[in-house]
Design a protein around this ligand. Structure first.
Ligand SMILES: [Mn+2]
Length: 255
């Protein structure tokens, strides 16, 4: 089910030895804005290799973390549900071998649901989402698995949900958001890069957060797994998603 042809580097360790596992999901079939996030997993790996690896002085050393890149899930373009099944299968395959934190590169935000669902079968954690959008719609034109509904769906599998950085949402969504409370303790961290200012994405919203402020918030979390979603290389180029990946590897590899 996993493709092995898109890796940051050749894997130096077995999956069972990994301290951090990387997984790509190149799927953007539910994006309501500009498509192109399917290209992000390979672009983030390229940027990671070209621009950010080797520049980690002062925040740790990637050489000290046993990283295993599991490649990309072989997605089904045109079918989010079949893609979700394959993502669940990929996460289970990884969890059969290791309990190491999994960092997923999307893809549109709908992909967070199958990852969180598969992990929630095995352990208890809260869910913290950094996102310009609330993504709390119950359905989008009748469709429940759109990326605009992802946090609403996650609420059905994880009890404690927190959304940080949101500045776009409908009346219905803000009513749901009012009931959410800050997550304490272990959490899954989902980063929709549109929470930030000036990172190319398919559904941009003005007045984004600065990278430094976002990282200050994330660095305080106790992270069991994470994802980086909605970077759209067709809209433009930014090394910020690769920098986020590096920091997540260093942070989760140590905890
Ligand atoms: Mn968003």
């Amino acid at each position: 089910m996993l493709r092995k042809n898109r890796l940051i580097w050749e894997n130096l360790y077995e999956l069972s030895e990994a301290e951090v596992v990387l997984l790509g999901v190149p799927f953007d079939g539910t994006c309501t804005g500009l498509p192109g996030a399917r290209l992000a997993p390979s672009r983030i790996r390229e940027d990671f290799d070209l621009f950010v690896a080797g520049h980690e002085k002062g925040i740790g050393d990637l050489g000290d973390v046993k990283l295993y890149d599991a490649g990309d899930v072989d997605v089904v373009h045109g079918s989010p549900e079949d893609t979700f099944d394959r993502v669940v299968e990929a996460v289970r395959e990884i969890r059969d071998e290791t309990k190491a934190p999994i960092i997923t590169l999307g893809g549109d935000h709908s992909i967070t649901l199958p990852i969180v669902s598969a992990l929630a079968e095995l352990e208890k954690f809260g869910y913290v989402c950094y996102d310009a959008h609330l993504d709390l719609l119950d359905d989008f034109n009748g469709y429940p698995n759109s990326h605009t509904c992802v946090n609403r769906r996650v609420m059905e599998v994880v009890k404690d949900v927190e959304i940080v950085g949101a500045r776009a949402g409908s009346k219905e969504e803000w009513a749901v958001a009012k009931k959410l409370r800050p997550v304490k303790g272990k959490c899954y961290v989902s980063i929709d890069v549109d929470v930030l200012s000036a990172v190319p994405t398919g559904t941009p919203v003005p007045s984004g957060m600065q990278f430094r402020d976002l990282w200050t918030k994330i660095s305080k979390r106790k992270i069991v797994a994470a994802d980086i979603m909605e970077y759209n290389p067709l809209v433009g180029h930014s090394t910020v998603p690769a920098e986020l990946l590096k920091r997540l590897i260093l942070k989760t590899g140590r905890t």
